[in-house]
Write a protein that binds this ligand. Structure first.
Ligand code: SF4
Length: 253
């Protein structure tokens, strides 16, 4: 089968990183964004990621907002991660508590019950796990979700990162979405390389990229609302067959 236009192999990587620069601390509206750690032990294995292999820890900067986003790619790779999570929970800004979010998620193999409990107690919201590997990791991911549930998080607060347009095939990602529906957790589809805006068909076709975006958006609506809030948008519209909603056929009973 003829492939779509492939990305030129010598193209420059699309990465907007702070690597090599000073610790990132910025305020965007009511949100403060900070960096506490760089480096990942899997950086030489996951060639879709620009995280450096060398590790670097940063101190907790002065907090100025009650919502703080931590941008680290793998915060739990930090050796004192548990202590830092607990310390963050004790911080106050203008006398009020602070809510935190690991924007890039955490790696399931570094998650422990103690870490999840500390995250909940320190007011970390919307926990995200990375499921960038194969479908074969499903049991490990399911166990990690249970750890978050036991810590007090609701299922539909939990999100799983899923890389698309990479070596994990389109159909395998659809199977991941199937079990995510059973688990009632949301998906963060992350398009290789540089996000949907910049990505070109690399390992998948353009149709597959567009289709998974549509299905992931619909997936999150279903998880959030427990019903399809936009039945006019059919996530299976590229497939053959008659859809009674598309045809506006009324069925009694
Ligand atoms: S994707 Fe996550 S686990 Fe993999 S190298 Fe990047 S930071 Fe590390």
């Amino acid at each position: 089968m003829r492939q779509q236009l492939l990305a030129p192999k010598d193209r420059k990587p699309i990465a907007r990183t702070t690597y090599g620069g000073p610790q990132y601390v910025a305020v965007k509206g009511n949100v403060q964004r900070i960096e506490l750690h760089r480096g990942c032990p899997w950086a030489k294995v996951h060639d879709f990621c620009y995280e450096p292999f060398e590790h670097e820890d940063f101190p907790i900067p002065a907090l100025t907002k009650n919502q703080v986003q931590i941008l680290d790619m793998n915060f739990l790779a930090r050796k004192d991660a548990l202590d830092i999570i607990k310390e963050l929970g004790s911080k106050r800004v203008n006398g009020r508590v602070v809510h935190y979010e690991f924007i890039c998620g955490i790696h399931f193999s570094l998650l422990t019950q103690e870490i999840a409990n500390a995250m909940k107690k320190s007011r970390f919201v919307r926990p995200r796990l990375a499921w960038d590997g194969s479908f074969a990791d499903q049991k490990k991911i399911k166990d990690s979700i249970k750890v978050f549930i036991k810590a007090g998080y609701k299922r539909n607060d939990i999100m799983l990162f899923m890389i698309v347009n990479w070596r994990i095939p389109y159909t395998e990602c659809l199977r991941k979405l199937d079990v995510m529906k059973v688990w009632n957790v949301k998906v963060c589809d992350c398009c290789y390389d540089g996000g949907y805006k910049h990505a070109v068909p690399e390992y998948w076709t353009l149709e597959e990229m567009k289709d998974i975006r549509l299905k992931c958006r619909k997936h999150n609506q279903l998880v959030l609302f427990g019903i399809d809030p936009q039945p006019s948008i059919n996530q299976y519209r590229s497939m053959k067959g008659v859809d009674i909603l598309d045809k506006k056929v009324m069925v009694e009973g």
